[in-house]
Design a protein around this ligand. Structure first.
Ligand code: NAP
Length: 308
């Protein structure tokens, strides 16, 4: 068994990501004690039934009292509210982190409420599924996935190293970048693909000439993979698009230009332009497989799986 890196871990929001952290931290012996809390009594009761925490508290304030590592795992739109609530109750010297899919807004919203006596090291594990809640979590979620840390300027490097060691123990690879750069990278790798999936599934739903049953029946032609992404939690994704407005609009502008070029190629019957484009994109797919971030199989190689 590993030597615990932290004595007490507090998880606020034991949903898919929070409960996966709890399961992985316990499996790997990363912490001695796990405390969790959630806003709803249903989720708190479920965490007790699942037995994945040592202690479940009713309030966020109680959960963080005495914790050495606090990880806020709620939708990005409410991270600031949670920080305001826990700020006065945090132990001096504690590391406070989050898992939000957008970083600049979370750094701004949480940072404003955290006392100087704690170390704020924001993080984003780039791993997830389209499922939600404490039952959806699993200990292997972070294995061979990236966790991006975005420590604020002037932050104590030792504390960020400690959080990096925690994520590595959970199976993740760790990279650091600025919150702004993170938001641009994720806008193209995650946020725009989700927007496209939400759009295409909505478009198919509104068709008059092709029936819904035909769409479902012949979905293996490509549509099916979009439906899985478009089944992701609506609150979480509403918050991501509101919080990363600039990054998403930047990438959407480029995407619209490219789709106009492809539209023109199709209209003009320009097979060469289409072939060149598809050849270039095929190489990117190969690169992802070579980087160990997917398998050549048609469906994702993991039991559940996509990254946000
Ligand atoms: P989830 O399974 O839906 O769990 C969300 C948790 O947040 C639940 O404990 C929920 O409490 C709590 N919560 C929801 N709304 C709240 C509010 N208004 N105030 C206080 N607590 C609230 O979500 P998740 O997928 O784990 O996502 C959590 C965070 O991880 C998000 O910031 C997301 O951006 C990030 N993230 C998600 C993925 C992914 O693939 N899902 C990947 C990487 C990062 P109750 O159950 O008690 O209502």
């Amino acid at each position: 068994m590993n030597k615990p890196l932290f004595d007490t871990l507090a998880i606020i929001g034991p949903g898919l990501i929070g409960s996966s952290i709890m399961r992985a931290a316990r499996d790997r012996g990363a912490v001695r004690t796990i405390v969790a809390t959630s806003r709803s009594p249903e989720t708190r009761d479920r965490v007790v039934e699942l037995g994945i925490a040592d202690n479940v508290t009713e309030t966020n304030a109680e959960a963080v009292e005495g914790a050495d590592l606090v990880i806020v795992c709620v939708p990005v739109g409410v991270c600031g509210d949670v920080a305001r609530e826990i700020g006065p109750h945090l132990k001096a010297g504690a590391i406070v982190s989050d898992v939000g899919s957008v970083k600049a807004s979370v750094v701004r919203d949480m940072g404003a409420h955290l006392p100087e006596t704690v170390h704020f090291v924001p993080a984003h594990p780039v791993a997830g599924t389209e499922h939600s809640g404490p039952d959806a979590g699993f200990a292997e979620l972070f294995e061979d996935r990236w966790c991006i840390l975005t420590p604020p300027e002037g932050a104590d490097a030792k504390e960020a190293d400690k959080l990096a060691a925690f994520w590595r123990l959970l199976g993740a690879n760790v990279e650091r970048m600025t919150p702004e750069h993170h938001d641009l990278v994720l806008a193209i790798t995650s946020h725009l693909p989700h927007l496209i999936a939400y759009t295409i599934v909505g478009t198919a739903d509104e068709l008059q000439t092709v029936t819904r049953s035909e769409v479902l029946k012949f979905s293996a032609g490509g549509f099916r993979d979009f439906t899985r992404i478009a089944a992701s939690d609506p609150v979480m994704w509403r918050d991501i698009f509101l919080a990363n407005k600039e990054g998403v609009l930047e990438m959407l502008g480029r995407f619209n230009e490219d789709i106009s070029a492809l539209t023109k190629a199709i209209r003009k019957g320009d097979g060469e332009a289409l072939y060149d484009h598809f050849t270039r994109t095929r190489a990117i797919r190969r690169g992802i497989i070579e980087a160990g971030q997917d398998t050549p199989a048609a469906d994702f190689g993991r039991p559940h799986g996509h990254e946000d």
